[in-house]
Design a protein around this ligand. Structure first.
Ligand code: NAP
Ligand code: F7E
Length: 322
């Protein structure tokens, strides 16, 4: 039985990945960071509770990572823990860097000391590209990294130090450059989660307005279930490799609103208010990823943007009607 450690197991991706790995017959251990309300932490783990080992660890506390690795001795490690909200990284740049950048370095050092044979998947991000776009309109592995947020800068450090440790010490480390991916488990302060949940609340008469920031930004939105399969697939390769994971289809925040509201027989223009609070000091305008390398390994997204949003609408309708 292979053993997998997931940092940030109770995040959106960690919860889907733990389900996926259990189905594959893995023994799974995941890290939780301390939270004053313990109940909220297991919300996304209902289906795996009792089947995975949960341990407290924090990316900023290397000793906690050392103990987890020493105790569990994983074959595969999925580093998903992060302060992952781009807008909030402008409010908490130092904390974000400590978790995302130095936290990853803490993990690398702990791996070198305890389990250098383990394979590591690092959750890199399309936010690292900033506003770099290749001439054909896509971002890919070779596109320059010009981040435009503290989160993006911290992910670039993590991405580069992973490459450096792979080359310097022969560690098996793969960076998956993930474009935006969403689901019914997406936090409701990310734009898809926010728009769908609030549109359903408007439909049910629970509110009458939705405040948003930049409606013209475009994102390549995929489904988290498809993206955790890509993480696993990357670690099954003989040699470590860096790869983009994306759908290749990009839509604007405005289209997200238009599509979601129209599915509920509403006109988004009657409800959306642009509020400066949700604008970012510097914006990443357009993302569209070329995942040809990953597709060559057999990966294909199973959701379109529309089927994913439909699933999220159904989820919130059922939940909020209750
Ligand atoms: P998420 O839902 O925000 O989950 C992040 C996880 O990290 C949570 O379990 C969180 O715990 C944990 N965490 C936060 N700070 C920590 C710390 N100091 N020590 C230990 N754990 C900590 O993020 P996600 O959407 O699942 O994303 C997974 C990974 O992929 C992240 O690294 C993210 O940056 C990256 N990524 C995501 C996307 C995307 O579109 N979803 C795209 C590109 C890259 P709490 O919930 O208790 O805070
Ligand atoms: O914003 C615009 C906002 O916060 C998407 C993270 O998973 O993906 C995610 O980061 C777009 C931006 O995601 C609101 O300005 C408008 O242009 O859902 P988001 P993100 O910033 O792209 C990357 C790849 C990651 O790695 C991150 O971890 O939507 N937008 N109005 C808004 N965004 C939010 N959150 N809230 C608004 O009201």
């Amino acid at each position: 039985m292979k053993k997998a450690l997931i940092t940030g197991i109770n995040g959106q991706d960690g919860s889907f990945l733990s389900e996926f790995l259990l189905e594959k017959g893995y023994e799974v251990c995941g890290t939780l960071k301390r939270n004053s309300v313990a109940e909220n932490q297991s919300d996304r783990l209902d289906s795996v509770y009792g089947k995975v080992k949960l341990v407290y660890a924090d990316m900023t506390d290397m000793s906690s990572l050392l103990f987890v690795l020493k105790d569990f001795q994983p074959d595969e490690i999925y580093n998903l823990a992060a302060q992952s909200h781009v807008r909030i990284s402008f409010d908490q740049p130092i904390y974000t860097s400590q978790v995302v950048a130095i936290g990853t370095l803490n993990l690398l050092q702990a791996i070198r000391i305890v389990c250098p044979e383990a394979k590591l998947y690092q959750a890199s991000s399309s936010e690292m590209f900033g506003n770099s776009i290749d001439s054909d309109g896509f971002q890919r592995e070779s596109t320059p990294l010009t981040p435009v947020s503290p989160y993006g800068c911290a992910k670039v450090f993590a991405h580069n130090i992973c490459k450096n440790y792979r080359e310097s010490y022969g560690l098996y480390i793969s960076n998956g450059i993930l474009f935006n991916h969403e689901s019914t488990r997406r936090g409701s302060n990310f734009v898809t989660g926010k728009v769908v949940k609030e549109a359903v609340r408007i439909k049910l008469g629970l509110t009458d307005q939705l405040e948003l920031g930049n409606l013209e930004a475009t994102r390549d939105w995929g489904h988290a279930k498809d993206y955790v399969k890509a993480m696993w697939l990357m670690l099954q390769q003989e040699e470590p490799i860096d790869m983009v994971c994306a759908t290749g289809v990009s839509n604007s925040v405005r289209y997200l609103c238009e599509y979601t509201f129209s599915k509920l027989d509403l006109d988004y223009k009657d409800y959306i208010v642009v509020d400066e609070r949700y604008l970012r000091p510097e914006e990443l305008n357009n993302l569209k990823g070329d995942a040809s390398k990953l597709r060559a390994l057999g990966w294909e997204p199973s959701y379109t943007f529309e089927t994913m949003i439909d699933e999220m609408i159904e989820f919130w309708l059922t939940k909020l009607k209750k």
